[in-house]
Design a protein around this ligand. Structure first.
Ligand SMILES: [Zn+2]
Ligand SMILES: [Zn+2]
Length: 242
């Protein structure tokens, strides 16, 4: 009986608010609970099959590390491991856009199980005591009403049973990174974060959480601050890898 009532409720909701695919805009069938149509769902893809052992970028020509993480260079990174659940392509971009700019925070429920799966595939990361969301500047937070990284971390925290620690603050309201080169991105994000609670971070292993990883400059800058505050290890887990 209960199931039947849920079905009726969903049908009424569907008739009132017909739902469409976030990517291609096609109408979704009433029984469809997701955000993408079957065709767009099929286009979602994990990075790989061969990825850089540090930053997680897809290596088309194989090998263990990308050019940036090769040899002794890897030692200089404060963020020791970056993993992402999905490649940043048309359907995943639409979902990130929906989550971030159209305020469909429910989309985090779609990403969280995929991020959790990625976490389980990287058992090193399971030593982490906290998830640390990459913060947005308070001005942006006021405008948006939420931090998408924190929304993702919240869903993930429920699955992985790892608590969230808002250890970082964004003190620089950086301009959008989208149109910047790799070098400009690193410069733009420099000294953008602080850690106000170093005593809670000291000797802890943490996992940074973010929606999109592009060059990894933001994650590295966050990791720098956390390491300086005494963190034992800093990993990063993102919803998508651009
Ligand atoms: Zn579609
Ligand atoms: Zn790499």
């Amino acid at each position: 009986m209960k199931k039947f009532l849920v079905k009726i409720k969903n049908l009424i909701l569907y008739l009132l608010f017909p739902r469409t695919c976030f990517c291609c805009g096609i109408d979704l069938p009433a029984k469809e609970q997701g955000f993408l149509c079957k065709e767009c769902l099929k286009k979602l893809k994990k990075p790989g099959p061969i990825i850089c052992q540090r930053c997680g970028i897809t290596l088309k020509d194989g090998g263990a590390h990308c050019f940036n993480c090769r040899g002794t260079k890897a030692k200089h990174f404060k963020c020791s491991l970056i993993r992402s659940a999905l490649d940043f392509n048309e359907p995943s971009r639409s979902l990130i856009h929906g989550l971030k700019y159209e305020k469909y925070t429910n989309i985090a429920k779609f990403f969280a199980p995929l991020m959790y799966k990625t976490l389980l595939e990287n058992p090193n990361m399971l030593e982490a005591e906290y998830f640390v969301p990459v913060p947005i500047h308070k001005k942006r937070f006021k405008k948006r009403g939420f931090n998408q990284a924190e929304v993702l971390a919240r869903e993930l925290s429920a699955l992985a049973d790892i608590p969230i620690l808002n250890a970082l603050e964004r003190i620089k309201n950086t301009k959008s990174q989208t149109k910047l080169t790799k070098k400009q991105r690193a410069e733009n994000i420099k000294e953008a974060f602080t850690c106000q609670i170093p005593s809670e971070i000291k000797k802890k292993a943490v996992i940074l959480i973010d929606d999109v990883c592009t060059t990894g400059a933001t994650l590295e800058e966050c990791a720098k601050v956390l390491k300086k505050a005494g963190a034992r290890e800093v990993y990063a887990l993102c919803a998508t890898k651009e």
